[in-house]
Write a protein that binds this ligand. Sequence first.
Ligand code: NAD
Ligand code: UFG
Length: 333
Amino acid sequence: MKILVTGGTGYIGSHTCVELLQNGYEVVVFDNLYNSKIEVVDKIEEITGKKIAFYKADMLDKESMRPVFEEHNFDAVIHFAGLKAVGESVAKPHFYYQNNITGTLNLCELMNEYGCKRMIFSSSATVYGDPTQIPITEECPKGQCTNPYGWTKSMLEQILTDIQKADEEWSVVLLRYFNPIGAHESGLLGESPNGIPNNLMPYIMQVAVGKLPELGVFGDDYDTPDGTGVRDYIHVVDLARGHVNAVEKVTSTNATNIYNLGTGNGYSVLDIVKAFEEANGVKIPYSIKPRRAGDIATCYADPKKAKEELGWEAQYDLRRMCQDSWHFAKQNF
Ligand code: NAD
Ligand code: UFG
């Protein structure tokens, strides 16, 4: 089977390419390299010993994507390409709505035109807003997103659901990721954000390598066991493996299916600091800061549906996530 991976040189996309190739799929990638580097293609090939076809294409320029569809017949598309920085989306909403929504509509038009109507879409736990139940099942109602990035995910879920409803040749899998961290065990693939990181693990790694003096912990007065925010951190390789299972689903049904991809475990900010220190023998100085606007207290998944229907569950524990993050950071930061 041949799979198109949009945004395949990015953090989650690159790990997914590795898992697909190792499971016998052919992989074609396009990316505009806005938030990733072309060298990632070589690294994927180095890890797997297999070739991928790479195209530099931008979803906002529909014609730049056309050669990808002209030259290949795809069994499914895994759609990672998008912008994802929460703070930037608040400052530049037009840029986010345009890129993520117009870009995805352009992609869907080409998929229709070339008769490939199966899409796995990167959604996010952010669509639950402040969740009405913990752990969060897929039945939990969607909530109010606190930023334009989150709204693009929520809106695209609706758009893809409507597209599938109108044309039953379409098959859609919406994957709601919880908090991906970690890196490939080779140390060749991982996440290295530009500038000062917004997310917890990239920030911790910058402190660990000595580029930033200390971690600011955003609030210690939440209604959680130690007062700091609780999240469901999932190893990026586990998340990538979930996409391989989702390919089987999207190619065997004509429906819209939604799955949480999380571990089902909630860890606080201070749990993560402690786990990182213990796993790697590196001290992470921190101080308590005010709450960050838009943050919720607790967010973790009930991953039962993915286990039952996709036959997938996360395997790596928090210690391993911290070790692999650090292994990558030491070589690449
Ligand atoms: P990433 O930024 O590393 O990868 C996204 C890729 O998309 C980048 O390589 C970027 O260059 C590319 N891209 C962006 N706009 C494009 C365009 N117009 N045309 C072509 N390529 C374009 O991000 P990631 O962490 O790998 O996330 C992948 C997907 O998963 C994104 O859609 C993201 O919103 C979603 N997601 C991520 C997280 C997370 O915490 N990392 C959580 C939930 C959902
Ligand atoms: N945190 C700190 N200090 C920091 C960074 C984060 O204390 O410097 C705390 C946050 O307050 C939160 C936790 O660490 O309690 C996790 O924060 P992240 O920014 O790493 O992740 P979020 O849960 O806020 O959001 C992430 C992505 C979203 C995505 C969501 C669910 O940024 O895009 O996970 O998948 F939607």
